[in-house]
Design a protein around this ligand. Structure first.
Ligand SMILES: Cc1ncc(COP(=O)(O)O)c(C=O)c1O
Length: 429
């Protein structure tokens, strides 16, 4: 047999950088090295008990389900959007898939038009566009911290070629920055999208992890063409369950039917027991709400403390409002880093691993300029179940963080120390 030739859409593709970071840290751990695992954005918290019980009870479910998902779950997801976020979707507007990642890919496959991607952006959007054969148009970040989408930028782009079909990706709250669009930004964005008939994919996978508990969706202001994607991975700590949801406005039902058709020809349907258990997650429930209140308090305390620590040694750190991530910029230390031979975020990430044992993901994996020297930190290296128990007995103060989030605490201090010795005029923590 001759050598196998790969299709050009796949050639050169390797494992997604965030998953690769996990593989890398696991192999270092196997070699006996202690590392701080800030690479993969996996929730450290356990799946809430009512969901685990529901999954146990559904274990004998064995039949294929409709490609769009179990009706009861679609109903629960539609109600969730209505009651939690004030956005009206019907059960038939919802599609269930094995992870939101898969649903986003299917959408890129089905939608005929340009994909507009603000920078920074989640790692998988671009490789998926390539697989789907889509044209990507990048919108460089501006606004606050140079990391948010400016509606004027979008308007300029649309004005230049008004007739094109476009799908804009908006990820708010955002991975990697932890920032979320403000009400005013969403209003301005809705106006531009309406004027130029831009369809929006609003990736809201971190919505329930807003520290304030209050989330604003573009779908509230631009309901006719905002598709909302979410899932269980982040707020229910259930990444490995693989359950994602996509809500499409009724006017886009052609797209929704296409998604269901492609689903039926590829994965058939999402796991039946997982779907059955997921109904519990989307129904209003005191126990899950109480779990979320604690999770948000822990994340807010940890990220707030870590951001202040790194800011204190001279890094540029956007203030996160949700999720697990910090996206510090080392540009203020550029000269000192250059003297160490560190010119790009990849050099930086490697040096941080070698000298502080902290695993990071370079900002260029999210579309940033490598010379902007940003890295993403996922502050998830701690035992979430232990932390939840600890918080039940006291406040989320510094001694709580040090005691219950010890690896994360130590990893941030290691980074702060390393940075401080490069900027000797600032205080060493
Ligand atoms: C912004 C964003 N969207 C989508 C996903 C995919 O999540 P899942 O496929 O687990 O639902 C992730 C996971 O990291 C993410 O960070």
């Amino acid at each position: 047999m001759g050598p196998v030739k790969l299709d050009q859409r796949v050639e050169g593709m390797s494992i997604s950088p965030t998953l690769a970071a996990r593989v890398r840290s696991s192999s270092l751990v196997e070699e006996g090295q202690r590392v701080f695992r800030f690479g993969l954005g996996q929730s450290p918290f356990p799946v809430p008990e009512p969901l685990v019980a529901a999954l146990r009870a559904a274990a004998a479910e064995k039949d294929y389900q409709p490609p769009g998902g179990l009706h009861e779950l679609r109903r629960a997801v539609a109600d969730h959007h209505r009651f939690r976020h004030g956005v009206a979707f019907a059960a038939e507007d919802i599609v269930i898939g094995p992870g939101s990642k898969e649903l986003i890919f299917l959408l890129q496959l089905c939608f005929d038009g340009d994909i507009l991607l603000p920078t920074p952006r989640w790692v998988s959007y671009v490789p998926q566009a390539r697989l789907a054969g889509r044209q990507v148009v990048t919108l460089p970040g501006g606004g606050r911290d140079g990391l948010t989408l400016e509606p004027e930028r979008l308007a300029e782009l649309c004005q230049a070629a008004p007739g094109r079909r476009r799908l804009l990706f908006l990820n708010s709250p955002c991975n990697p920055t932890g920032l979320a669009s403000t009400g005013e930004e969403l209003e301005a964005l809705a106006a531009v999208c309406r004027e130029y008939q831009v369809v929006v994919l609003s990736d809201e996978i971190y919505a329930e992890l807003r520290f304030s508990g209050r989330h604003r969706s573009l779908a509230q202001l631009y309901p006719e063409a905002t598709i909302v994607v979410s899932g269980l991975s982040k707020w229910c700590g259930a990444g490995g369950w693989r359950l994602g949801t996509m809500a499409l406005p009724h006017g886009l039902r052609v797209l929704r039917r296409a998604l269901e058709a492609v689903a039926s020809e590829t994965f058939s349907s999402t796991s039946a027991p997982i779907q059955r258990a997921a109904v519990t997650a989307f129904k209003p429930q005191g126990e899950i709400e109480a779990y979320l209140v604690l999770v948000r308090r822990i994340l807010a305390a940890a990220l707030g403390w870590a951001a202040a620590e790194l800011d204190g040694v001279g890094l540029e750190v956007p203030q996160p409002v949700a999720g697990f991530y910090l996206f510090p910029g080392f540009a203020p230390l550029r000269d000192a880093l250059a003297r160490l031979g560190i010119e790009s975020d990849i050099d930086l990430s490697e040096r941080l691993l070698a000298e502080t044992s902290v695993v990071t993901v370079p900002g260029s994996a999210f579309g940033c300029d490598p010379r902007a020297l940003r890295v993403r930190l996922a502050l998830v290296d701690f035992d979430g179940a232990h932390a939840l128990t600890g918080l039940a007995n006291g406040p989320a103060d510094l001694s709580f963080l040090q005691r219950y989030l010890t690896p994360t605490w130590n990893g941030i201090l290691a980074l702060a120390r390393w940075s401080a010795q490069l900027a000797p005029t600032r205080a060493t923590p």
